[in-house]
Design a protein. Structure first.
Length: 175
């Protein structure tokens, strides 16, 4: 007997693409998750609210949210390190690499470059291509949903392992 499955994903309004003003509304420690080739890896998610608002559906008039998942590493080759350096507009010092508090990112404005992509089954989605500093001509944004945790993140948190303790402290290091 065959065990057939199908794509049951719903249609929903996609965020706009291109350069978009945004504010980081959540920094989420996912703890230890399955990483590359099944290796347990400490992961984190940055969630952003866009200035653009939804035009339809149950969430009409709320800001779009987008997120990006990272390996929680400031190794100079790590995507998190590269994105944060681009966002900050400067490289990390060795002292900062020894321990940087990601929670300091909550409430910080940015300009996101968003692009539409397709997964293996052809489903289209919008993803963060790069994170850049806030443009000076753009009005400062405040998060309307500070601490927002998307449902998919809640599901991951339920099956995560305890996060490892970060090395060092950076209380005196500004973003």
């Amino acid at each position: 007997m065959a065990f057939n499955v199908k794509d049951e994903g719903g249609q929903f309004e996609q965020p706009p693409t291109g350069m978009q003003p945004a504010v980081c509304c959540s920094v989420i420690d996912l703890g230890i998750q399955e990483g590359f080739q099944g290796k347990p890896t400490h992961k984190a998610v940055l969630v952003f609210e866009l200035a653009e608002r939804r035009m339809e559906g149950a969430f009409k008039d709320t800001r779009f949210t987008v997120s990006k998942t990272y390996t929680a590493s400031l190794n100079e080759m790590a995507n998190l390190s590269k994105d944060l350096e681009a966002w900050r507009g400067k490289p990390f010092t060795p002292e900062e690499r020894a321990g940087f508090d990601l929670e300091k990112l909550a409430g910080v404005n940015a300009t996101l470059n968003l692009a539409e992509k397709a997964n293996q089954s052809g489903r289209r989605f919008v993803t963060i291509v790069s994170i850049n500093p806030k443009l000076t001509a753009v009005e400062e944004m405040k998060a309307e949903q500070p601490g927002f945790v998307p449902k998919w993140v809640k599901d991951l948190l339920e099956k995560s392992h305890q996060p490892s303790e970060p090395a060092g402290s950076d209380e005196d290091i500004p973003f």
